[in-house]
Design a protein around this ligand. Sequence first.
Ligand code: ADP
Length: 712
Amino acid sequence: MKSTGRFEPNHRILVIDDNQAIHDDMRKILLGDVKTTERLQSDEAFLFGVEAVPVTKFEIESAYQGQQGLAKLEQSLSEDRPFAVAFVDVRMPPGWDGVETITNLWRVYPTLQVVLCTAYSDYSWNDIQRRLGRSEKLLILRKPFDNIEVIQLAHALTHKWLLSCQAEAKMADLDLIVTERTAQLRNAHARIERELQQRAKAQEAFRIIFQASTIGIALLDKNCRYVDVNGAFEKQFELNREQIVGKSPSELGGMTQLGLLSLHEAMERTPAAEGEEIAFRSKIGRHTGLVWTREVEIHDSLHRLCLVLDITDRKEMEEELRRARIAAEASTKAKSEFLANMSHEIRTPLNGILGFTGLTLQSNLDPAQRENLETVENSAWSLLRIINDILDFSKIEADRLDLQSAPFSLRECLENAAGIVLAGARQKQLGFSWTVSPATPDFLIGDEIRLRQILLNVMGNAVKFTAAGSVTTEVSAVSFNGRSVELQFAVRDTGIGIPPEKQALIFEPFRQLEGYMTRKYGGTGLGLAIVTRLLNLVGGKIWVESQKGAGSTFYFTLPFLLSDGPVPARDELESAHEPAIPPLSILVAEDNYVSRLLAVRLLAKEGHTVTEARTGLEVLASYERGAFDLILMDVQMAETDGFEATAEIRERESETGGHVPIIALTAHAIKGDRERCLEAGMDGYLSKPIQPDELRAAIRRAFALRAQTAEA
Ligand code: ADP
C-alpha cells in the first residue's frame, strides 16, 4: 500500500500584511506581466536558439490581519489546497503581530513555510527565535525587499513544499513498509515460537511414549552404533542406556550379554526382521522375544530401528495350555478306553450268564425254576443294554465307532424297530403306529443298525415316558440332492412332556430330568446323548418340541445315499436255496474259558463236532493235524493272536491249496476291526457276546461260501 502519488507543484502563496502597498509590490514582483515575459522568451528562443524557461504562475492570496490570514489558511486546508508559503509582516496593528500570527498558523498547519518580513528596528533575531523556536520552516526577509530575493524565496520555498511533500509521502510509505514488515516478522516469530512449543511438546510426548513402551526399542546409526534405547530395552537386556549408547554390537558382545548377542545375531541374519523369534537368557531365566527391524531415515541419514517384544509369558501360557490340552485329551481317551475295556470285560462274563441261562432254559425245568431263571435272563439283558450304551458312548467319544454303509430297506428297518417297541406299548395299552410318506424312497445305503438303534431309543423313550394315549412315528423325505436324500423322522407322544428350559439338557450324557424319574422309568441317561452323537457323525441333527404335561415330539434328520435296486430280504438272503446245515467239523479258538465253553455247547447242540484251541499256536497245531470245515477265531488271544494265526493259515493254504472259512469273534466292534479282519483273510465277522441266531446265520453264510469255493 503506497500513499505517494505524483504531487502537483503548489504555487499558492499567502501574503499577510496591513499595508496595501506591500500586497501590490508582491503581486508585481511575483506575477509581473506573465504574457509579456512569455512572448519575450519565445522570441529569444526563435532568434538565438535559447530554450524557453517555463514561467511559474504563482497564486497569491492577500490578508491584512493575522486573524484573516489564519481564516484563509483554514479555508485552504478545508478545500485541500493549502498554501505552500506565507509571507507575514511583523507589525500589523491592531491585530496579532507577525510572531503571534505565525504561532497560530503553525497550530493549524505545522508544515507551513513562513517568511517573516521585518525591518531592522523590529524584533531582534534572538527575540524571534525565543518566541517561535528554531525552525527550518522560518525565513527572515529584511525590508525593504529586494525583488530578486523575493522571487527566489517564492520559487525555492514552493519547490521545497513539493519536495517535502514527496519526502513526507515517502516517509509514510517507508513507515507503512516497516509496519508491514514488522507485523510479518512478528507473525513469523509467533508462528515459529508456536511451532517450537508444539515440537517441544511432541518431543516430550514421544519421549514419554518411548520410555513407557513395554516393547523394547533401540535405534542404531548407519555404522551400527546404538543411538538410543528405551527403558524396556534396558530391562530386557539388563544393561543401562549409558552402557549401550555409542557402542557397536561387537563392542557390546565383549560384555557377554547373552540376550544382546542373540539379538545381534538375529539382526545379522535378517536385515529386516518381521517378528523373528529369538531365545535369550537373563539373570531371571530363559526368555523368548520377537524382533522386528526397520530402516528409517532420521535427520537425513539411515538408521536402523529395532523392536523387541518379550513374549516369554505368552509362550509359557501357550505351552501350559498345550500340555493341559494334551493331558485332557489323553485323559479323555484313557477314560474312554477304560470304559470300552471295562464294558468288554463285563460283557464277557455277561455273555456267559446269558448264554448258559439260555441253554438251561431250553432244558426241563419246573415252573418256579423257569421263572427264576427268566428273571435272571431279563436282568442280564438289562445289564447288557446298559453296558452296550456305555460302550457305544465311549467308543464315539474315543472316535472308535465303526459306521457301516450298506444297502437296506427303510420300511423294513422301521418295522423291525417298531416291532420291538410295540411290545412295551401294548403292555401299557398305548396306541402305537408308524407311517412313511409315499414319496419317501425305500432303498437306501447307510448304517441300518445305527438307524435302528436311534429309532429304538427315541421310540422307546416315547413309550417309556407316556402313561396313556399314543405314540406315532412319521417318516418323510425333506430334500433330495443328486444321489442322496435327507429323511426326517418325527416321533410324537402324549406323555409327561419336557419343560422348555430343560430341553437342551436331555441331549447331554448322563442327564435325566429328575432323579426320581430314573427310579421310576429306569435308563442310564445316555440314550439321547448317543443318538445326538451318532447323528452328528453322519451329518444329521435332533431336536424336540414339547411342553410339560402336554407330550413331546422328537424330530431328527439324517442323510442317506439312494440305492439302485431293491435289497434282497434278509430271510431270502439267508434261507435261499439253503439246505439244512449238515454237521460240520469246527475249530473254536477262544482264550476265555466261559466263552469257549458256551460256543462249544451252542455248536454241539446244533450237531457239529467241535475242537477247542486256546491260543493262536494251538490253532495252528490243530490246523496241521486235521481238516476243518470252519474256524471260529477270537481275534484277541494270548501269544499269537487271531489275525496272525489267520495270516499264517492263509500263507500255508497258498502252498497246499484250499480255503477254510474263518469267522472272526471280536469283542470291541471298534472302528477298523472289520477291515482288519477282512484284510487278515477272514471271511466273516461276529461280535461277542455270541447270539445263537447270529452264530447260526454266520455259519450258514460261511458254509455257503465253502460250497461255492468247492464248486469253483
Ligand atoms: P434315559 O431314557 O436312559 O434316561 P435318555 O438320554 O434317552 O436317557 O433321555 C434323557 C432324559 O430325557 C430322560 O431321562 C427323560 O427325562 C427325558 N426324555 C427323553 N425322552 C422323553 C420323552 N419322550 N418324554 C419325556 N421325557 C423324555
